[in-house]
Design a protein around this ligand. Structure first.
Ligand code: SF4
Ligand code: SF4
Length: 469
């Protein structure tokens, strides 16, 4: 007796989604166009920054460890903001999912956007669904070879341009492009470009719906973000069933027929190949292509549209969808807190940072006039894009005199003036002396204060210790 082997995996069947125009198709086009436009154009947008060579609006300068995003320069010490932004993005995703289901998958996800673009190219070369099916079933000949070759070539060009564009965010775009042309681009750039080109080509050209169904973790855990008020795309069996393609016969026989004419249009347009009439399925990315398809069919046959529509489980059960509910409000509050925190930090963040390191060899110097001197190294980071001059002051030490090595300039109140070029760190040797009349024994807590002369240069304070015998 031989044991029967059952595969745990379903055989892959190629899906030929039919192209269908309609309201939601147009809406998706607009969103996809915006997304692609921003991605491909942004590295080419120039942005003047006074005193800095970098004139690219968005540049992630990894060697310098600085991110330029229009007027905002993210320094390594601000990197936690990016973590906050990622947290905000995750909460935003929870919020939008609780409210509108998998609308992110159908309208914004890069996998959907690039797959749709590749499908358009496929349609342009091979025709709409029926012609594509026929072409795949037909024997290879010169025409089929040319069509397939043309499609693959355009796919590869799109993939290459996607990979190149991604790398342009990490270097001066025109320079890097020239380096690619001359073959002299650095290895990490080549590697990233080729890796992204390959993954785009495979994911959008071949893996397509498999990514959404099997690979994407979001599809798996989205269930916990849903509730019965979240928007879903659903078929309404109470209107549609019993479905019947040959309505006249059934009606003549006196049988009740539902509004669904069983034309299969909603199935043939589905990018994940499911039949929405079978109920809610995790493969559904809420793209609403089936709504467009059903609306178009039903307008042609003269029935009321919207057999398939955006609804909620509560609405399907006869209730009314509640958009404002605890879960949605909680996500909205968290999102507001997170974004508010980022905006607040940016609004109050000083574009100036400095550190003070007290010299420990020796801890203090007893001068011939009886005063005590401590030496410090002050490192000043100017995070603006212009040269700044800062006045250095100290508080908490009566009878104090500040001197900065190689700096003779002082402001009207006698504070030493430190000049720091834009976007750089400059160290200064600082000598702090306390006059004999004020000296008492022991350590003294003091505060260094650095204030920019220009209004946008910032002010910062640093706590330190003055050492005495
Ligand atoms: S069932 Fe409809 S909404 Fe869901 S993926 Fe298919 S076409 Fe898109
Ligand atoms: S497109 Fe509409 S009418 Fe046609 S099979 Fe689907 S639900 Fe029925």
């Amino acid at each position: 007796m031989t044991a029967e082997v059952t595969s745990l995996y379903a055989d892959w069947k190629k899906i030929y989604p039919r192209y269908q125009i309609g309201f939601f198709r147009n809406l998706r086009f607009i969103i996809y166009g915006l997304e692609l436009g921003i991605f491909f154009i942004l590295p080419w947008v120039r942005w003047e920054r006074v005193g800095v060579d970098v004139n690219q609006a968005v540049l992630f300068d990894l060697p310098e460890r600085k991110f330029y995003i229009f007027n905002w320069v993210v320094w390594p010490q601000d990197i936690f903001l990016l973590a906050f932004l990622l947290i905000a993005a995750a909460i935003g995703l929870f919020f939008i999912t609780a409210l509108a289901g998998r609308v992110f998958c159908g309208y914004m996800c890069v996998q959907t956007v690039w797959t749709d673009w590749f499908l358009l190219v496929e349609k342009w070369f091979e025709g709409n669904r029926n012609r594509r099916v026929k072409l795949d079933q037909s024997p290879w000949n010169r025409e089929k070879l040319l069509i397939k070759f043309g499609k693959q070539l355009v796919w590869l060009l799109i993939s290459a341009w996607t990979g190149i564009t991604f790398t342009l965010y990490f270097a001066d775009a025109p320079v890097l492009l020239q380096q690619y042309y001359a073959g002299s681009a650095p290895f990490p750039a080549w590697f990233t470009f080729l890796f992204l080109m390959l993954t785009t080509y495979i994911m959008a050209g071949f893996a397509r719906e498999q990514v959404c169904i099997y690979m994407c973790p979001y599809a798996r855990f989205q269930g916990v973000m849903f509730d019965e008020d979240s928007l879903i795309v659903a078929y309404h069996p109470e209107f549609g069933e019993p479905r019947e393609s040959n309505r006249r016969n059934r009606e003549q026989m006196g049988n009740r027929v539902g509004a669904c004419i069983d034309c299969n249009s909603c199935v043939t347009v589905c990018p994940t190949g499911i039949d929405i009439r079978n109920g809610q399925q995790y493969e559904c990315i809420t793209c609403a292509a089936c709504i467009d398809a059903c609306d178009s069919v039903r307008q042609k046959v003269g029935f009321e549209p919207r057999l398939i529509r955006y609804t909620s489980l509560r609405e399907m059960g006869g209730g009314k969808t509640r958009f404002i509910r605890v879960r949605v409000v909680a996500y909205a509050l968290l999102l507001t807190l997170c974004l508010g925190g980022i905006v607040g930090y940016l609004a109050n963040h000083s574009p100036l940072e400095f550190t003070v390191i007290g010299h420990r060899q020796p801890l203090y110097i007893l001068q011939s006039d009886g005063s005590i001197q401590n030496n410090f190294t002050v490192r000043v980071l100017n995070m603006t894009d212009t040269q700044q001059t800062y006045a250095l002051d100290v508080t908490g030490l009566p009878g104090a005199t500040l001197t900065v090595g190689a700096v003779n300039n002082r402001d009207s109140q006698g504070h030493p003036l430190l000049t720091v070029p834009p976007g750089s760190v400059t160290p200064f040797s600082v000598y702090l002396r306390q006059a004999r009349d004020h000296v008492v024994s022991g350590r003294q807590e003091i505060f260094f204060i650095l204030s920019a002369q220009a209004s946008l240069g910032g002010t910062s304070t640093y706590k330190s210790i003055f050492m005495r015998p």
